[in-house]
Design a protein around this ligand. Structure first.
Ligand code: ADP
Ligand code: GLC
Length: 488
């Protein structure tokens, strides 16, 4: 089973969120399950520098303005996965964030940048493909950046008519990011005007890459079973719920996994002391280290809650700002690592200024620090309004840092609330609340505090959380099943 895995992020080369972690860990897991997966990535500087043994395999010729010619190179990731890089300097040779310019706004040519990526992927399906020895059976795209792949195969048989058409899969990591562009882009994107209709690429008067993928892909997946249902509702479907409901027979939710080679407190090189479910002792040293790093009072008995997150509205961190005063009044501490909305950044900065012994805030992106926080905190807060899967709560479980989450998407599927039944049968691994209000978060914090004050009960929950297995083996098997179902 040859699979071309098309993604705009891959840890550690380029990461803005969970997609990068998934793209680093799922392909090796699929290869271990018997697939032959190769990546296709935009040739950002970090990708061209990050792949080893890079050499040219072909040339890409597109109809797209600014990308009539580009080179396709192949190399290996640090994990040994073969990866193609689309080397088009006019599109990708830019520093920093893969989507935003230095002004913090989307690059104005993002439509063309990711249309080129999809065009390159579709090129693997044409008769004069780049590599006659490696023709993919499946083109597996991720998020809107890969959304046009199945549209090109369907709408441009003049360019992508192959002897055997590969199956197409689109994975939606977050339906809120859609890649919508003005209708005048249609021609530049190489899409026929006949495709600009509701049964096509049109979405509320724009061209939508995600809608195109949802409409034309053979199979759709998203990253948790609950989110697969949620995106078929008006509350979470962002206008695509009708289309997704009509495609529910080909839409599945496959939960993300964790790369335990990177996220494991027994081996993590970023944390000051290591620990296991059988010997939690090192976690105390990690907590003391974290309190020092953020200038908090070094009180071992102070319950320490943490956030590591993009600061965007859907992450619900305004609820943490609302609940913070009560948490601090109860003797709680809080550390926050994140960046994003300026108002949210300012809110957390102010909170830390007012309560320097209890609240520590780091605005920015810091991978090693995120590990130290996972290890040093007691509680990990993920109050998202929507969360397709969420990875940080899975990391928190492994680090014995009990997650406190809003019951939505993958958070609902992975954290077992310490309600009376789950506490009695010993299955609880964290805390959930239902409505996105500061008051409900306060109540959930109160419940967590009650358990925290009973160390035996708390440690039993920590051990249970740490031994839950969210490795990639199971999800990889589910993807294999899906690929086989395409009959290629
Ligand atoms: P999303 O992809 O929606 O941002 P996930 O929970 O799936 O949410 O993944 C977020 C990933 O990004 C995790 O690996 C998390 O540790 C990381 N992350 C988020 N913000 C930061 C930050 N400020 N510094 C370091 N890592 C971060
Ligand atoms: C998206 C989602 C997040 C998910 C990640 C990886 O960024 O917001 O919930 O874990 O993709 O699939």
């Amino acid at each position: 089973m040859r699979v071309l895995y098309v993604t705009s992020e891959c840890y550690p080369m380029v990461k803005t969120g969970g997609l990068a972690d998934v793209s680093a860990a799922l392909p090796p897991a699929l290869n271990a399950a018997g697939a032959d997966v190769r990546l296709l990535l935009p040739g950002y500087p970090a990708v061209l520098n990050g792949l080893s043994n890079l050499h040219e395999v072909g040339e890409l010729i597109t109809d797209l303005p600014g990308c009539d010619r580009a080179r396709l190179r192949i190399g290996r990731t640090a994990d040994g996965v073969l990866a193609y890089a689309l080397d088009a300097p006019s599109l990708y040779d830019r520093p920093g964030n893969p989507y935003l310019g230095p002004d913090g706004q989307d690059w104005p040519d993002n439509a063309l940048r990711f249309a080129a990526l999809a065009w390159a992927a579709a090129g693997f399906a044409s008769d004069d493909s780049y590599d006659p020895w490696w023709r993919p059976d499946v083109l597996h795209g991720h998020d809107w950046q890969a959304g046009l792949i199945p549209a090109y195969l369907e709408l441009r048989p003049d360019r992508f008519a192959g002897a055997v058409r590969p199956g197409t899969v689109l994975t939606i990591h977050n339906i809120a990011y859609q890649g919508n562009f003005g209708p005048w882009m249609l021609g530049d994107l190489g899409l026929p005007s006949s495709s600009f209709r509701i049964d096509g690429v049109e979405y509320y008067g724009n061209v939508s890459f995600l809608k195109a993928g949802c409409y034309y892909a053979d199979r759709l997946t998203t990253v948790s079973p609950t989110y697969a249902n949620e995106i078929q509702t008006a509350e979470h479907g962002t206008g695509l719920q009708g289309l997704l409901a009509t495609r529910s027979d080909v839409l599945t939710g496959i939960l993300n996994g964790v790369d335990y080679a990177v996220w494991d407190p027994a081996t993590d090189p970023h944390i000051p002391a290591r620990y296991t479910p059988d010997d939690l002792g090192g976690k105390d040293a990690c907590k003391a280290d974290l309190q020092s790093a953020f200038g908090l009072d070094r009180r071992p008995d102070a319950p320490l809650a943490a956030v590591v997150s993009r600061l965007t509205w859907h992450k619900g961190l305004d609820l943490v700002l609302e609940a913070a005063a009560q948490w601090i009044a109860w003797g709680g501490q809080l550390v926050v690592l994140g960046s994003g909305d300026p108002a949210s950044e300012a809110g957390f900065r102010h909170l830390a200024q007012w309560h320097p012994q209890s609240v520590g805030v780091r605005i920015g992106y810091d991978e090693p620090l995120s590990h130290r926080i996972q290890a040093g905190a007691d509680l990990f807060l993920v109050p998202s309004r929507s969360e397709p899967c969420g990875l940080t709560q899975l990391y928190a479980l492994k680090y014995g840092t009990l997650p406190l989450v809003r019951r939505t998407g993958g958070l609902a599927d992975t954290v077992i609330d310490a309600n009376p039944a789950a506490s009695a049968d010993g299955s609880a691994t964290g805390f959930q609340f239902v409505n996105a209000t500061g008051q409900e978060l306060v109540w959930a914090l109160r419940r967590a505090l009650t358990v925290y004050r009973k160390p035996e009960r708390w440690q039993a929950m920590q051990r249970r959380a740490m031994t839950r297995d969210f490795g990639w083996h199971g999800p990889a098997e589910e993807y294999m099943e899906l690929y086989r179902g395409l009959g290629r």
